[in-house]
Design a protein around this ligand. Structure first.
Ligand SMILES: [Zn+2]
Ligand SMILES: [Zn+2]
Length: 251
């Protein structure tokens, strides 16, 4: 936590103004701005991480413990043009480790003997415990630190009219990112104003959903759709975040 705080303080003024500009731009999209930035930036983060992890053997322990990348980042990595070689090397290492863990439950024994069966069940239990969720995916960890910086910029720069007005006109944040923002600095002086603006976004979505549902009725089916046309999609992404994002390892 202290390390993260120090890192956030180290972001230069020019980096912060770039982040603010990225936030304002992302707020124009019909999705949570932080989800939008995550979708845009993560492919680049994954590519860099793959390059570094192949060279830096010390990072292999983290890859083994996390059993590679989470589902979101893994499928992103597969689409990376240069990813094949790095993924083969890194996952060979992870697989070698996991083969050693599954060894005890695949070794031949005589299951007809009760004592052997008990031993097998104990080894199986140990193996299942070793498969429990381990440390966070290496890419999630890297991105999580960057995302904290964006959250911090949103909190600190809220009084900038360009930012707060863009937020007011946007769909707001998804619930997971709103909780992350609120938990980051619960005592931040700008948090109440952000929560109030978010509430207005949620109320607008609620009205759009009502309007969309009303037009499902055959009596109003001829009325043209306006901004409520994608209200159902916005409602789903409010809870689910961007595609794949919440499929990542716990953060
Ligand atoms: Zn989000
Ligand atoms: Zn991940």
């Amino acid at each position: 936590m202290v390390t993260r705080f120090l890192r956030s303080r180290q972001a230069s003024d020019s980096a912060k103004s770039l982040m603010r500009a990225a936030l304002i731009e992302a707020l124009q999209s019909p999705a949570c701005a932080l989800c939008q930035i995550a979708q845009q930036n993560n492919p680049r983060y994954v590519e860099t991480l793959l390059d570094e992890a192949v060279i830096d053997v010390d990072q292999r322990d983290a890859w083994r413990a996390a059993k590679g990348l989470c589902s979101w980042h893994a499928w992103m990595a597969i689409k990376s043009p240069q990813g094949a070689g790095s993924l083969a090397i890194l996952y060979q290492d992870v697989l070698r480790h996991d083969l050693s863990l599954i060894d005890p439950v695949t070794a031949p024994d005589d299951r007809r003997q009760r004592s052997e069966q008990r031993r097998f069940l104990r080894r199986l239990r140990n193996w299942l415990e070793s498969c429990q969720a381990g440390p966070t995916c290496p890419a999630c960890r890297t991105w999580g630190e960057q995302e904290d910086l964006y959250v911090q910029v949103l909190l600190n720069d809220w009084p900038e009219p360009a930012l707060s007005q863009a937020f007011a006109a946007s769909v707001g944040l998804c619930w997971p990112h709103l909780r992350r923002l609120a938990a980051r600095q619960p005592g931040h002086e700008n948090l109440p104003a952000i929560l109030k603006a978010q509430r207005a976004c949620l109320e607008r979505l609620q009205r759009d959903l009502e309007s969309f549902i009303r037009k499902l009725d055959y009596r109003f089916a001829d009325e043209p759709y306006g901004r409520e046309a994608d209200a159902w999609r916005r409602a789903v992404s409010l809870y689910a975040g961007a595609a794949g994002w919440l499929g990542s390892a716990p953060r």
